[in-house]
Design a binder for this molecule. Structure first.
Ligand code: ZN
Length: 241
């Protein structure tokens, strides 16, 4: 009973909060310059948004991130209550674990918007592929991005070679064939690292296309997949296809 009362109070507080927010919107007190800080009114709905719209939202989010004019995302109690019922992320992002490339920040998205899977060098494993397949099959998320980045430590370590300790070698072993594929005579390590990072994105996209669940969703027009690379200094995401 006490628990139920707690929930009811939460719901009532959420309703009051939304009523206050609605009153503020209706009163027309927000100017164009205020809009940057307004909460996003509706989170993207993975089940209703198109592939094209999903890509547009990622592009515009990255433009906001680059300009520093990011949205104040809805972190209200009401939003938490809504998300507690279900998630409808509009995009899946497979990215490197690098702390400088967090997908929600880079694409300026809020709670429940992105289904994020990360590993160093975005290397694939049955677990990472399975996580992505879950979002495609059960959450009906319409867009999948493989996000690599400049100065990737995992790719750099692979280019430098040697014998990494622990299980780090499992990561570099994955990237090794990619590096060999783009290696040319006389290429310096920095250039090779960037070329290999691009190729790593492309090969990861190609490998994901081989998943029957992903391939079916693409064939049925329910999913689009793309590769992209994040530029460290500008903050820009360059689409590789
Ligand atoms: Zn990286």
């Amino acid at each position: 009973m006490g628990w139920l009362q707690g929930v009811n109070q939460k719901v009532i507080r959420g309703i009051l909060l939304s009523a206050v927010t609605a009153a503020l919107f209706v009163s027309g007190c927000s100017s164009d310059s205020d809009k940057v800080n307004e909460p996003k009114e509706v989170s993207a709905q993975g089940q209703s948004i198109s592939k094209e719209e999903a890509r547009k939202q990622l592009i515009s989010g990255n433009e906001r991130f680059q300009s520093g004019k990011v949205i104040h995302h809805d972190l209200s109690e009401q939003k938490h209550l809504e998300l507690a019922k279900a998630q409808h992320p509009f995009a899946i992002v497979l990215s490197c674990s690098d702390s400088r490339v967090p997908p929600e920040l880079v694409f300026d998205q809020g709670l429940g918007d992105l289904f994020v899977v990360r590993s160093a060098g975005h290397v694939l494993s049955p677990e990472t592929i399975g996580s992505i397949e879950y979002a495609v099959e059960h959450l009906h998320t319409p867009y999948l991005v493989v996000l690599g980045h400049e100065s990737c430590g995992a790719v750099k370590a692979t280019v430098e070679g040697g014998h990494p300790s622990g299980s780090i070698g499992a990561v570099t072993d994955h990237i090794k064939p990619v590096v060999e594929n783009v290696k040319t005579k006389g290429i310096d390590q920095e250039e090779l690292t960037e070329k290999a990072a691009d190729e790593n994105v492309r090969q990861t996209v190609a490998a994901l296309r081989k998943s029957p669940i992903i391939a079916d969703a693409i064939a049925n027009g329910k999913l689009a997949i793309a590769g992209a690379k994040y530029q460290m200094i500008s903050g820009k995401v360059n689409w590789l296809d």
